[in-house]
Ligand binder design. Structure first.
Ligand SMILES: *[C@@H]1O[C@H](CO)[C@@H](O)[C@H](O)[C@H]1NC(C)=O
Ligand SMILES: *[C@@H]1O[C@H](CO)[C@@H](O)[C@H](O)[C@H]1NC(C)=O
Ligand SMILES: *[C@@H]1O[C@H](CO)[C@@H](O)[C@H](O)[C@H]1NC(C)=O
Length: 503
């Protein structure tokens, strides 16, 4: 072989080597997305009306303690919330089994023992612990024993405080909006330095408002300081027990019964005209600490017939009477004597806020963008028959009988209570999901718990961090160009010397 021929052969070999190098680097990247490379976490959101199980996932490599968590899947537990199993031993544990089986299937077996599992109970259990503290403790213990029987990394099962629930909701909203950190396309984490978004949550038994503020907090109970990604946030947070959707509706009926001194028959201005339903005074209305103040000394009969007359003016008046706007010992209050600074910035309203807004839109075609639009929509809805409402929403009577009351409740809560006005109301966005994850407190709770999961040391062959990977790709591309230039030089030398390069 002539020296020249050897040069050509070596150039071709180098070219092949460069291409193979690039291919090898590109191919294994797919593996990064494979389930085995991910971590998982399970949160059970034990609400007052039902329990949902959420599975979250994040890459094994973590950024400053908190992973890039996304929602993997969701499972809705059949039946009522865990608090509805008070006095029914075994019921709460059994209700969770179907969704726990789902989690066993969804999460790769090799990851089970590393998957944190936690259950947070909210206002339903807070109410049960007021009624019978021993019984709420028993339900929680039963649920804890059930969760510990799975191969997951059991963390806790507890009743979250109203403040924690509000703060975790706020963390979820801002995490999903990437207000804390953003994964840039250059493969680096950036602090976007954006202002944060407030959280408005409406559950079955309580409602929460949480936002970042620089105003002075006159009641320290409302103060929450959170440090995330090295930055400290000062939050105002307040949870109103008994102002969730279901408990508010109970209070409304109880208030009407008290005012009308009703025994067998009750007129409800918030039910559609001609609509009537029979209710059990104990089970449907007074069996809750929220309606205790309205409870008559004794009932002459257990059932009551509630008849609607679809009267907007009477309904809005009755709904306002559920709130106490008169007494305030601070410079500013929302209602019931609770301190609240002026709302500032943008807000995200989720859970029952989202659904009420959605039904209002379907029924009236009105988008909730201002207090006056909200009033306009409520007037239209309260004037409709149950048939008209059900035809527009395709929802059952069970929910739709309350839509006039709920339209007024949401309008009064947002404007009269939280003081959103024509200028600030448009900054509320109603959302159920963001970035593929359900908006609620569960993800924020998960982020907190996932901090305790030890980060994995990475094997370079399996998953290079994006930054490192692009660096190596760059080197191979430079190598490839170098080889090509080298090859061309050999060719031009050959041409100058008039040789052909057969071999
Ligand atoms: C509270 O629950 C316990 C069982 O956990 C039961 O023995 C007790 O009778 C209940 N008390 C009331 C007042 O219902
Ligand atoms: C992660 O922590 C390091 C130092 O602890 C800091 O320099 C870096 O900015 C942090 N990254 C983010 C995204 O906060
Ligand atoms: C109650 O509803 C039924 C139909 O569902 C209707 O026939 C009846 O007249 C209603 N009663 C009242 C008092 O409105």
């Amino acid at each position: 072989m002539s020296p020249h021929r050897a040069q050509i052969v070596s150039a071709i070999l180098l070219l092949i080597l460069a291409i193979i190098g690039i291919c090898l680097l590109i191919l294994p990247v797919k593996e990064v997305k494979m389930p085995a490379e991910n971590m998982y976490g399970i949160v059970l959101d034990a609400g007052s009306s039902h329990t949902s199980l959420y599975i979250y996932t994040w890459p094994a490599e973590k950024q400053n303690g908190t992973g890039i968590v996304t929602q993997h899947s969701e499972c809705n537990v059949e039946g009522g919330g865990i608090s509805s199993y008070a006095g029914k031993p075994g019921g709460a544990a059994k209700s969770l089994q179907e969704c726990m089986k789902h989690a066993l299937k969804e999460i790769p077996q090799s990851r089970h023992h590393q998957t944190p599992l936690c259950l947070g109970a909210t206002a339903g259990m807070r109410l049960l612990s007021i009624i019978n503290h021993t019984e709420s403790g028993r339900v929680l213990q039963e649920v804890q024993n059930e969760l510990q029987s799975y191969p997951f990394l059991y963390k806790e099962a507890r009743i979250l405080t109203g403040q924690a629930e509000g703060a975790y909701g706020w963390v979820t909203v801002n995490y999903l909006l990437e207000n804390f950190v953003k994964y840039g396309f250059v493969g680096r984490w950036l602090n976007p330095g954006r202002s944060t978004t407030g959280a408005l949550d409406l559950g079955g038994a309580s409602t929460q408002i949480t936002f970042q503020t620089s105003q002075k907090l006159e009641n320290q109970d409302n103060l929450m300081k959170l440090t995330l990604y090295g930055k400290t946030y000062t939050l105002y947070t307040q949870s109103f027990l008994c102002y969730g959707q279901d408990q508010f509706l109970r209070k409304l009926l109880a208030h009407l019964i008290q005012r009308q001194h009703a025994t067998g028959h009750l007129i409800n201005p918030c039910y559609p005209r001609m609509f009537n339903i029979s209710m059990n005074l104990e089970k449907d209305i007074f069996d809750s600490p929220c309606t205790k103040e309205y409870r008559p000394a004794q009932y002459s009969q257990m059932t009551i017939k509630v008849v609607g007359n679809g009267d907007y003016n009477q309904c809005v008046k009755t709904v306002s009477e559920i709130f106490n706007f008169s007494h305030c010992s601070y410079s500013m209050c929302s209602f019931d004597g609770v301190f609240q600074p002026k709302v500032t910035g943008s807000f995200m309203a989720f859970s029952a806020f989202y659904f009420t807004q959605k039904y209002i839109k379907e029924i009236t075609n009105i988008t909730l963008t201002s207090p006056s639009r909200a009033v306009e929509a409520a007037k239209l809805i309260c004037n409709m028959t149950i048939r008209e409402i059900m035809d527009k929403t395709n929802q059952s009577e069970k929910y739709m009988k309350n839509i006039c009351a709920m339209s007024n409740f949401v309008q009064i809560l947002l404007t009269n209570a939280y003081h959103f006005d024509e200028a600030s109301f448009p900054s509320i966005s109603f959302q159920k999901k963001a970035g593929g994850a359900s908006v609620g407190w569960a993800l924020g709770y998960m982020l907190n718990v996932s901090n305790e999961v030890p980060a994995e040391s990475l094997s370079v062959m399996k998953a290079l961090p994006p930054k490192c990977w692009s660096g190596i790709i760059f080197l191979f591309v430079v190598f490839l160009l170098f080889v090509l230039v080298y090859g061309m030089m050999i060719c031009s030398n050959a041409n100058i010397r008039g040789e052909d390069f057969r071999f």
